[in-house]
Design a protein. Structure first.
Length: 280
């Protein structure tokens, strides 16, 4: 499955709404079904998609909706995952819904989007600039489908559709774990906020994770709690920030990954790698 790199601006509509149109076209051209694409009375743009999964027979529902406030100058995106689709329900009341907001921009958004049959993930560059991230859809569970049939993840930058501008200094990427902007649907049907390995490990940022002759180890991001490991995110890896910089690319196993930072943070522990070719 492909990836997409580019930018949107306000030449035809506000940039954050233009990005939703890009996601729709990209996903629908690559096996995802458009369930909803509309502009409700509040002027937001809503998109709900259904993915087939790697089996080709699954129903994986994800969505994105614009929200904004001119007076406080935020132009954001609300990413969501849910367990089904009801045409008569609002975006926010779809079955088993979970929402995480992502600060955007009205003028220009640069984007990197990675698509597979089971999830949509990406990163945005906005404003000063800062870097925002999202992941909606399934992870790879460490269990059989009969044990863990719908391991959904909804992960972005904010707890719900929060009224947070990109310039806020407290919001943070979801992959550091144990925070409300990274949620995993557990086997009981409830959403949990797991830890993310290797963040949280005392030796996660030791010299062993820095590059060796310019080659960086990519560590899969595994969702876990005190009860054990549940699964790993697809195409999202920890990478050291040692001697590294945002938008660098690294190659591992013949696949290219782009380095993304956590908003404006530039410490050793503030980077991850997004796989641009979403093939497993």
């Amino acid at each position: 499955m492909p990836h997409l790199i580019g930018f949107v601006d306000d030449s035809t509509q506000l940039a954050h709404k233009a990005l939703i149109a890009v996601i729709k076209q990209f996903a629908s051209a690559n096996g995802w079904q458009v369930m909803r694409d509309l502009t409700p009375s509040d002027g937001a743009h809503e998109l709900i998609l259904k993915g087939p999964g790697y089996s080709g027979t699954e129903e994986i529902f994800v969505g994105v909706k614009s929200y904004e406030n001119v007076n406080t100058d935020y132009y954001n995106l609300a990413f969501m995952a849910c367990v089904g689709y009801v045409a008569g329900n609002t975006f926010e009341t779809q079955p088993g819904v979970r929402i995480s907001g992502c600060p955007g921009h009205n003028k220009r958004i640069d984007y990197w989007i990675s698509l597979s049959p089971q999830r949509i993930a990406g990163a945005l560059k906005v404003g000063t600039p800062v870097y925002e991230s999202f992941y909606v859809g399934k992870m790879f569970p460490y269990a059989r489908p009969s044990q863990y049939p719908l391991p959904l993840v909804c992960a972005s930058m904010l707890n719900g559709a929060a009224a947070t501008r990109y310039s806020d200094t407290t919001h943070s990427m979801p992959y550091k774990g144990n925070r409300a902007n990274c949620a995993m649907r557990f086997v009981d049907g409830l959403w949990q906020t797991p830890y993310c390995h290797p963040w949280g490990q005392t030796n996660a940022y030791s010299d062993s994770t820095r590059d060796t002759n310019g080659v960086y180890p990519l560590i899969p991001i595994e969702l876990n709690s005190a009860n054990g490991m549940f699964g790993c995110l697809e195409g999202i890896s920890h990478i050291s920030g040692f001697n590294n910089i945002v938008e660098n690319t690294v190659t591992q196993g013949g696949q290219t990954h782009v380095v993304i930072q956590d908003v404006s943070r530039t410490g050793f522990a503030d980077y991850y790698a997004l796989r641009l070719d979403a093939n497993p």
